[in-house]
Design a protein around this ligand. Structure first.
Ligand SMILES: Nc1ncnc2c1ncn2[C@@H]1O[C@H](COP(=O)(O)OP(=O)(O)OP(=O)(O)O)[C@@H](O)[C@H]1O
Length: 395
């Protein structure tokens, strides 16, 4: 009962979708968005509140006409196709089951509307309830179910009419984090089994990373980055994306030599941007960048009294001229198998470090750190609203 495309191209393609709300100031709510969803895949649009995610879904569903651009389903322009004929399903955060119908009645609803005969509809509804893990719940009232169970029923109801594309708007938003991440993993497996094509929007990275084959990160109505979850995590395209993913160790830097930069923490070697020359930065950045250091790349190399000279030349692991700033541990949080430390260096912004439980320093301790070049990512120097300022000179 899968929904697969009949053409070689993506099942859903958006070309330059633009939406301007009447009377709204500033740039359009959705600003020239291109996006593709291949058949049988799950694409998650991820972005902060107000970045245009829901508006985009409404355009695909046919609930809002775009001011520019096209929606193509199986290669066909949907401009003149009304919402109810597009064959797309939409599930909102507040899934609103029909309270007066039992669970089976809720799942049957779309099938009966479509004129599916009673026996076929019932068989399919029961099959879907089994697939979402509620095989015995058909006769229950929605109000007697937990939030997570209601969410599953809503999903079964949305899947029942076999939409060509299933669209989910913050599908797990109302559930607590634990359940949300578990359900996201289950959904991914379910969509794989059914071959469902899914376009989901969420502001929750955990949910998006658990569900998506491909991520589209939005920033103020525009696409900031497209890639697999691993690609986006490993190489965020901008400081905006990096911050949105929760990375905090982000500083302006200036090239000072081959694959070395001056940062507010001192001079550090970094991982060059692929395809660049000796400086390791694209020429268009003119020797400037922002540098992200992943928390796992901040290495504790010893206590304050260990023999490391202040210019940073003494530590064998760090290499000559490499900063090994001295920091006070100001925060310490357990995260299961590791500890996240907040470190206040003598100069420059605070640093977040992830380190193994064993031997992790205590709050108030003074330590030395160095930055592992393999865990750094150079990002473009600036973007709208994000001013690049030269790092303070050392000394
Ligand atoms: N009907 C409307 N009239 C005017 N402006 C609107 C309307 N709907 C949305 N907007 C604006 O368009 C922008 C995008 O809104 P949208 O709801 O698509 O964002 P979102 O990313 O889905 O946010 P959230 O995660 O909070 O739902 C916002 O600035 C919002 O204020």
């Amino acid at each position: 009962m899968g929904t697969t495309g009949t053409t070689d191209g993506p099942l859903l393609r958006l070309e330059g979708i633009t939406v301007r709300f009447a009377g709204a100031q500033g740039p359009p709510a959705v600003d020239g968005v291109d996006l593709e969803v291949p058949a049988g895949r799950t694409v998650c649009v991820l972005g902060p509140s107000g970045s245009g995610k829901s508006t985009l879904l409404r355009v695909v569903a046919g609930l809002r006409r775009p001011d520019g651009g096209r929606v193509l389903l199986e290669g066909r322009d949907q401009a003149r196709v009304p919402a109810h004929r597009r064959g797309v399903g939409l599930m909102f955060q507040d899934h609103q089951l029909f309270p007066q119908r039992d669970v089976l009645g809720n799942v049957l609803f779309g099938l009966r509307m479509r004129g599916t005969d009673r026996a076929t509809a019932r068989a399919r509804a029961e099959e879907l309830l089994r697939l979402v893990g509620l095989p015995e719940a058909g006769g229950r009232a929605p109000a007697s179910l937990s939030g997570g169970e209601q969410q599953r029923v809503a999903l079964a109801r949305a899947l029942a009419p076999e939409p060509r594309v299933l669209m989910l708007d913050e599908p797990l938003g109302q559930l607590d984090r634990d359940l949300r991440e578990r359900l996201a993993v289950e959904l991914r497996a379910l969509f794989r089994t059914l071959g469902t094509t899914v376009l989901a929007v969420t502001h929750d990275q955990g949910e998006a990373f658990a569900m998506a084959d491909r991520l589209v990160v939005m920033e103020r109505g525009r696409v900031a980055q497209v890639g697999t979850p691993v690609e986006v995590w490993q190489r965020p395209a901008s400081a905006f994306v990096a911050r949105f993913l929760g990375f905090r160790n982000l500083v302006p830097v200036e090239a000072v030599g081959e694959r070395r930069v001056r940062s507010p923490w001192g001079e550090i070697p970094f991982d060059p941007v692929p395809g660049t020359g000796s400086s390791g930065l694209p020429e268009t950045w003119r020797g400037r960048a922002q540098l992200l250091v992943r928390p796992g790349g901040v290495r504790i190399i010893g206590g304050a009294t260990d023999p490391v000279d202040d210019a940073g030349a003494g530590d064998a692991g760090a290499g000559a001229g490499t900063a090994t700033p001295r920091c006070v541990v100001t925060g310490r949080t357990f995260r299961g198998d590791h500890v996240v430390l907040v470190l206040r260096p003598e100069r420059g912004p605070t640093v977040e470090a992830a380190c193994p439980l064993r031997g992790a320093p205590e709050e108030g301790e003074v330590v030395r750190i160095r930055f592992d070049p393999a865990e750094t990512v150079a990002l473009p120097p600036g973007e709208a609203g994000d001013r690049w300022e030269a790092p303070a000179p050392e000394g």
